[in-house]
Structures are given as structure tokens and as C-alpha cells.
Write a protein that binds this ligand. Structure first.
Ligand SMILES: NC(=O)c1ccc[n+]([C@@H]2O[C@H](COP(=O)([O-])OP(=O)(O)OC[C@H]3O[C@@H](n4cnc5c(N)ncnc54)[C@H](OP(=O)(O)O)[C@@H]3O)[C@@H](O)[C@H]2O)c1
Length: 418
């Protein structure tokens, strides 16, 4: 941990009114994030103490965590009479059962678990509202950028109609690195792993599943409805070629891992995946592991950016939540209800082998499918076409026909409007 990070955390807490006694925290999980929480508490950066920590392996030494009582028994955790339980196990079960039980017993809960909130946030918040028990999940999305709690406390400002962002730092790093270094996605991912920006198994970052869970949390939090991450259009980075990234640059933009959801005329549309971002867009300058979110709200357009993960930023956000939860602020019910999500009409960036298909110019070929080309670029025997907005059905039909006509894979990526 760098010294400035410690100072920033200490300063932040020194400005908050100190509770009368150290907040007793029980940790569910003492992995990357749990250990960082324990370390900040042990080093005195938060007005808190640890009672106990639930882990799988009680025999393993936990460096930098300070003295902590390890257990595999959840009842022993409850018996330690914590003021707040911090859930950093990850996954759905047993996290869901443990969090639900804690809330039923009136013990405040803080979690960083996006999978849990995406799948069961509404159910758990219902329990918290019924039992008047604080329940906070600020670190589950854009972990180092505290903003969810701000909006929860300001429902008028939180009337969001559209949300577009970069919510996965690993894939943003990989695309930034692959673009700058003209290397493949696999080579850029190897760099990310070497630098500690990616897990040993980065599958959920690459295939977009991590971003789908975060988008589901955001949609629910901002009242755009409860949606199942599995139903969202989710594309991964796997099929991108270094030439796609170079062509995007030649067309005045870049390819970034975008998550987008919009509610208009009673319909919700969403997508997740690598998308062409024009050079003038607010997301264009968001590079490396940085995360960012652009919100269209009733008060205007808002932009948030910063670290989306990492043990220390995440642990600091969790400890801020702990302080808030210990003050007993009752949770607020969100507008819920399951939502059917459609695929939006957007511009597309289309890659095709060659400049002709079925004896026709590509632009004429696409015109037969009602797809109109805005800009074109040719490089190394491939052609890229930036189109005007059209539906996914049209583009899928055109891609299938282009693949058949050229006997080469065509690739379609969504593109953001300027
Ligand atoms: N890593 C990040 O930068 C980041 C950022 C924001 C949010 N998060 C979220 O924070 C959560 C934790 O992430 P992490 O990276 O800290 O995970 P991790 O390193 O895999 O740690 C998980 C911890 O939970 C314990 N555990 C797991 N299943 C258990 C079970 N059934 N019973 C008892 N203990 C169990 C493990 O015990 P052992 O130690 O004995 O194996 C370990 O201590 C996840 O929900 C993640 O999405 C992570």
C-alpha cells in the first residue's frame, strides 16, 4: 500500500465524527479485500476493531491482518456480537444465506459482492427495510468511487434515464494496452496479470460477465428495474484483432469495454461489450484500469471516474460504509420489479474481409439490409464501416450474409454516438 493512500484514508476518517466506541466488525471472508479491511483497521485508519473473521482455512497465516479470531462457524461470528458484518466472501451461496440471517437478526451488513447484489439485492433490501437494519453495498460497483450512497440519499437527483460507462478495469486495461502496444488481447492480458490487474482466471472480465453483474446492480440501484445479468446482450473481447483497434484509431476513436442501459418510452435497452467510442466522447479519455460512469439524470449529465477495484480503494469504501451503517441509517426501498430488456438500435463498427461482397461494393451490399454507412476505412485487406444506427436484427442478418459471401468472418461491434 502506498503512503498517500494511507494518508487519504486516515484524513477521510479524521473528518468524520468519531463514534463513541470502536465499531466492532466481523468479516465474512479474509481474502484480498477482507485482508485489506483488516489491515486498515489494524493500522488504526478506521474507528473500528475486528471481532472475528469467517474463512475456509483457519490454519493459514494471514500477514498484516493483526490478531484476528478465525472461524469456519457462522454462529460463532454472530455470537461475537458485531456492530456491523462485512461480507467479502464473493459468489451467491453461502453469502446470501449469511447476509439474510444477519439482516433478519438486525445486524447491519456491508458488502462488496456485485454477484450477490445483482442476483438478490432486491430480496435482501426487502429484509433490511422490514427489519430497519442498515444494508450497504457501495463497493460492489466502481469500488473506489463512492457515489451509490450519495444517490440513495438524494432520490430526486437519482432519476436516471441513461447510464453508460466502463465498469471493468481489467478489460479497460487490456484494450488500452493492446491499442497502445499493437499487441493481441492475450498478450495484453498476460501483461495485466503480471502487473496484478487481472485474476489468474480472468474469464469473467474478458467475456463481459463481471460487467453484466455490475450493470444489473446499477440498473436496480437507479430504479431502472431488476434485470437478470444472464438476459443482457453481453459480448466479450475474444474476437478482437489488433487491426480492429488500429482501425478504430484511424476512424478517430478507440474501442473500449462499454456497459450501457437506457430507459425511454417505457422500454429498457442495454448492452455490454467492446464498442467504438468516438474521440470526443466523455469515455474516450478513460484508459488503463480506470472506471467511469456517465449518467443522464433529471438534473443534467453527471460524470464519475476513478479506481474500480484494488484492495485498498475497495477496503476504504467498505470502511466508509461501515461507519455509515453503524450510525443506523435505515435503508431506502428501490423502485423494483423485473424488467424485460431489449437490444438497442445503435451505430455499429463492421469489419469485413476485402472491399467487395458477392460482386458488390460493401456499402451497396449493406444498403440492401437497410444499413447506411457513415465512414469507411481500409487497411491490410480488411474494410471497416462505421454505420448509422440500426437494430441488432439488421446487423446480424448482414453479418451472416457477408460471412457467407466473403467466406471470412465479419465482425460487428456497437458504437457510441458522438
Ligand atoms: N478484488 C477486488 O479488487 C474487488 C473489488 C471490489 C469488490 N470485490 C468483491 O469483494 C468480494 C471478495 O473478493 P476477494 O478478491 O477478496 O475474494 P478472495 O480473495 O477470493 O477471498 C474470499 C474469502 O472468502 C473466504 N471464503 C470463500 N468461501 C467461503 C466459505 N464458503 N466459507 C468460509 N469462507 C469462505 C475465503 O476463505 P480462505 O481465505 O480460507 O480461502 C477468502 O478468505 C467479492 O464479492 C468481489 O467481487 C473485489
Amino acid at each position: 500500500m502506498s503512503a498517500p493512500a494511507i494518508v487519504a484514508v486516515r484524513d477521510a476518517f479524521s473528518r468524520a465524527p468519531a463514534p463513541a466506541h470502536p465499531i466492532a466488525i466481523a468479516l465474512l471472508g479474509l481474502g484480498q479485500i477482507g485482508a485489506a479491511v483488516a489491515r486498515l483497521v489494524h493500522e488504526g485508519h478506521a474507528p473500528a476493531r475486528l471481532t472475528t473473521a469467517l474463512v475456509r482455512d483457519v490454519t493459514r497465516t494471514r500477514p498484516h491482518c493483526g490478531p484476528v479470531d478465525l472461524t469456519r462457524d457462522i454462529e460463532r461470528v454472530f455470537a461475537s456480537r458485531p456492530d456491523v458484518i462485512v461480507e467479502v466472501l464473493g459468489g451467491v451461496e453461502p453469502a446470501r444465506t449469511f447476509v439474510r440471517t444477519a439482516l433478519e437478526r438486525g445486524i447491519p451488513v456491508v458488502t462488496a459482492n456485485k454477484t450477490l447484489i445483482a442476483r438478490h439485492g432486491e430480496e435482501l433490501l426487502d429484509v433490511a427495510v422490514r427489519t430497519l437494519t442498515p444494508f450497504r453495498y457501495e463497493a460492489s460497483v466502481l469500488a473506489g468511487v463512492p457515489f451509490l450512497g450519495t444517490f440513495a440519499a438524494r432520490p430526486l437527483a437519482a432519476r436516471v434515464s441513461k447510464l453508460v460507462g466502463i465498469v471493468n478495469g481489467t478489460s479497460n486495461y487490456v484494450l488500452s494496452r493492446a491499442t497502445a502496444g499493437r499487441v493481441t488481447i492475450d498478450e495484453a492480458m498476460a501483461d495485466a496479470q503480471r502487473l496484478g490487474f487481472a485474476e489468474p482466471d480472468p474469464a469473467d472480465d474478458v467475456n463481459g460477465i463481471d460487467a453484466a453483474h455490475k450493470l444489473a446492480v446499477l440498473a436496480w440501484h437507479f430504479g431502472l428495474g431488476s434485470l437478470s445479468p444472464g438476459e443482457l446482450e453481453t459480448r466479450g473481447l475474444e474476437r478482437l484483432h489488433p487491426l480492429d483497434l488500429a482501425a478504430a484509431g484511424d476512424l478517430g476513436g478507440s474501442i473500449k469495454p462499454v456497459a450501457s442501459i437506457e430507459h425511454t418510452s417505457g422500454r429498457t435497452s442495454a448492452f455490454i461489450g467492446p464498442a467504438f467510442v468516438p474521440g470526443g466522447h466523455r469515455l474516450a479519455g478513460v484508459t488503463g484500469v480506470e472506471n467511469a460512469l456517465l449518467l443522464d439524470t433529471s438534473s443534467g449529465r453527471l460524470f464519475f471516474s476513478g479506481p474500480g477495484a484494488g484492495p485498498i480503494p475497495t477496503a476504504a469504501t467498505i470502511l466508509d460504509d461501515v461507519v455509515e451503517a453503524s450510525r443506523g441509517a435505515a435503508p431506502v426501498r428501490r423502485r423494483g420489479g423485473s424488467t424485460a430488456v431489449i437490444a438497442p438500435s445503435t451505430p455499429w463498427l463492421l469489419r469485413v474481409a476485402g472491399t467487395q461482397a458477392g460482386g458488390e461494393d460493401i456499402a451497396s451490399f449493406l444498403g440492401a439490409y437497410g444499413i447506411w454507412v457513415r465512414r469507411a476505412h481500409t487497411r491490410d485487406g480488411r474494410t471497416w464501416r462505421l454505420t448509422y444506427a440500426c437494430s441488432r436484427e439488421r446487423i446480424d442478418a448482414a453479418v451472416a450474409a457477408l460471412t457467407a459471401a466473403t467466406a471470412c468472418d465479419a465482425l460487428a461491434l456497437r458504437a457510441l454516438e458522438d
